[in-house]
Design a protein around this ligand. Structure first.
Ligand SMILES: C[S@@+](CC[C@H](N)C(=O)[O-])C[C@H]1O[C@@H](n2cnc3c(N)ncnc32)[C@H](O)[C@@H]1O
Length: 186
């Protein structure tokens, strides 16, 4: 009986030792990754390359669970809310909100991502230049109130996009170079 208990403790101790070792390794890995990210500069061209090469593991094919489960709190009884999606990619959350009658304004540097958003969702769209943003374009859904600006987020402002009732941002922290975080405050 005592022997039994002792071997269980020994086994538990071993599991704990492995756990501590792995957690410590995990922690140091995280610190190394954060230190590397502090100096990381991901150029816009690199994002475009990822889209061109279909290296878009960040894209999620389903509506984000947090958005789904908290949407009532976000809306707080409001209808026809204007949602802002900075660094939108081709997030399916945009269609989900637009299908509910809300409007969506997104900003994304890759034209391929924007076109894929409309094509993946079988939506037709128009394309026009943005006079206030030289070189930028806005793609507008014909059936839903979705306007996606092909632009660098840091050139975008409320003078162009207007006012918003809500912002949904998922997966973008990795895309913001630490040195640019101050600039993100639009
Ligand atoms: C990690 S992905 C997240 C995409 C999207 N939020 C999602 O949930 O799938 C970041 C996206 O931001 C775009 N991006 C990166 N830097 C940008 C910038 N300065 N201005 C506009 N778009 C940018 C990239 O092309 C990429 O599609």
């Amino acid at each position: 009986m005592l022997q039994d208990q002792c071997s269980r403790w020994c086994a538990a101790e071993q599991v704990l030792a492995v756990f501590i070792k792995e957690s410590t390794c995990g922690l140091s890995n995280v610190s190394i990754m954060l230190a590397q990210q502090a100096d990381r500069v991901m150029a816009l061209g690199e994002w475009e390359e990822r889209w061109q090469e279909d290296r878009i593991g960040f894209h999620q094919p389903h509506v984000h669970k947090m958005l789904e489960s908290h949407i009532d709190k976000v809306l707080a009884g409001r209808t026809g809310v204007r949602f802002f999606f900075p660094l939108c990619g081709k997030a399916v959350d945009m269609k989900w909100l637009a299908d509910m009658g809300h409007s969506v304004v997104g900003v994304e540097i890759s034209e391929k991502a924007i076109k894929q958003f409309f094509e993946d969702n079988n939506m037709t769209y128009s394309e026009e230049p943005v006079p206030a943003l030289p070189g930028a374009k806005v793609f507008k859904g014909s059936e839903r109130n979705i306007s996606l600006y092909q632009s660098d987020l840091y050139n975008f402002s409320s003078a162009i996009g207007g006012q918003f009732g809500a912002i949904w941002d998922r997966g973008s922290l990795v895309a913001i170079n630490p040195r640019d975080r101050e600039k993100e405050k639009l």
